[in-house]
Design a protein around this ligand. Structure first.
Ligand code: ADP
Ligand code: MG
Length: 302
């Protein structure tokens, strides 16, 4: 899966960002490998969203180099950057849909932006396909965002991010604000789409369950840079105080136990779950999380 280490899809070197006197990033380096789900974690305000905005060219850094698909995204003219912007999709933090547009119309927004001459019937077909792909019923297409639940809104936002068949998907806190069942279902959907569509995913989250459930590697933002990148087990071997506190605190331990329970279940069947001490399960599992049980089945991609 994540095999082209020498050819990262995203490469960030020596990134520096500041707002006035406040330095957010200084000497930040990061690679995102083709085909991986890279989780990006860090305390609130450490600059996760600013990092994502820098990568996609919405925030011009003070210094540093950023390439996506081998091309610089810094200081590019709108028109010049179109060819690479087409190749990624973004679900912003909060995932705001246009409230005056239906779900289908929201999904059509990027299609209209990048393919102005597309036949309206084809556009509607593509939108409807993306809506269903994210696990929404086709009937959700003509609905307005106000008529949707939180989880459905996130799926609609994801459908919009997938409108252009991106190779690279940016998700900023996609499960924030969802209940545990909705969050786990969204994780399952992300993983399933990553596999079936061969996506590379840059996933900002502070949801430990998400990190354990679907991330191949995790990048930790602290002290204005990426202080470590690796699998959870690799990160746990480091003695950085934030990392230890984050992964070894009560919530980290619960998420770890949940992963182990799931792995046991995959190996030995559902009996493993019966034997789990309920106090060791995460909130999601206590809530009967369906996606944790069948992570591959949440996306109806056919
Ligand atoms: N446009 C902006 N103008 C001024 N300060 C900003 C701007 N965007 C973000 N910041 C500040 O940069 C820091 C990092 O923000 P952000 O990347 O949103 O954090 P997070 O890691 O929580 O996503 C915060 O202190 C935030 O207040
Ligand atoms: Mg943020």
């Amino acid at each position: 899966m994540a095999d082209s280490h020498a050819d990262p899809i995203v490469q960030v070197r020596g990134l520096r960002n500041s707002f006035g006197d406040q330095v957010i990033h200084d000497g930040l380096d990061l690679d995102v490998r083709r085909g991986e789900i890279l989780g990006v974690v860090g305390g609130s305000g450490t600059g996760k969203s600013v990092l994502m905005r820098s990568i996609i060219g919405l925030q011009t850094p003070d210094a540093g180099d950023i390439t996506v698909f081998g091309e610089s995204t810094i200081g590019r003219e709108e028109t010049e950057a179109i060819e690479i912007r087409k190749r990624w999709g973004v679900l912003f933090q909060g995932g705001a849909l246009f409230s005056t547009l239906t779900v289908a119309e929201n999904v059509e927004v990027p299609l209209r932006e990048f393919y102005r001459d597309l036949d309206p019937t084809l556009m509607a077909e593509i939108a409807s396909y993306k809506v269903v792909m994210t696990g929404l019923a086709a009937e959700a297409g003509p609905k307005y965002p106000a008529e949707l639940s939180g989880g459905m809104k996130k799926r609609a936002g994801l459908a919009r991010a997938l409108a252009l068949d991106p190779e690279l998907l940016f998700l900023d806190e996609p499960t924030a604000g969802l209940d545990p069942i909705g969050a786990a279902a969204f994780d399952g959907l992300t993983k399933s789409l990553q596999k079936t569509l061969g996506l590379t995913v840059f996933l900002i989250t502070h949801d430990l369950d998400t990190l354990y459930a679907i991330c191949d590697r995790i990048a930790v933002l602290a002290d204005k840079k990426v202080i470590a990148v690796g699998t959870i087990d690799e990160l746990l071997a480091l003695d950085h105080p934030w990392i230890q506190e984050y992964f070894k605190g009560p919530r980290g331990r619960a998420a770890e136990n949940a992963r182990d329970a799931l792995q046991g279940e995959n190996d030995t069947g559902a009996a493993a779950r019966e034997e789990q001490n309920p106090t060791e399960l995460t909130t999601r599992q206590r809530a009967g999380d369906p996606a944790a049980q069948v992570p591959e089945n949440t996306a109806r991609t056919s």
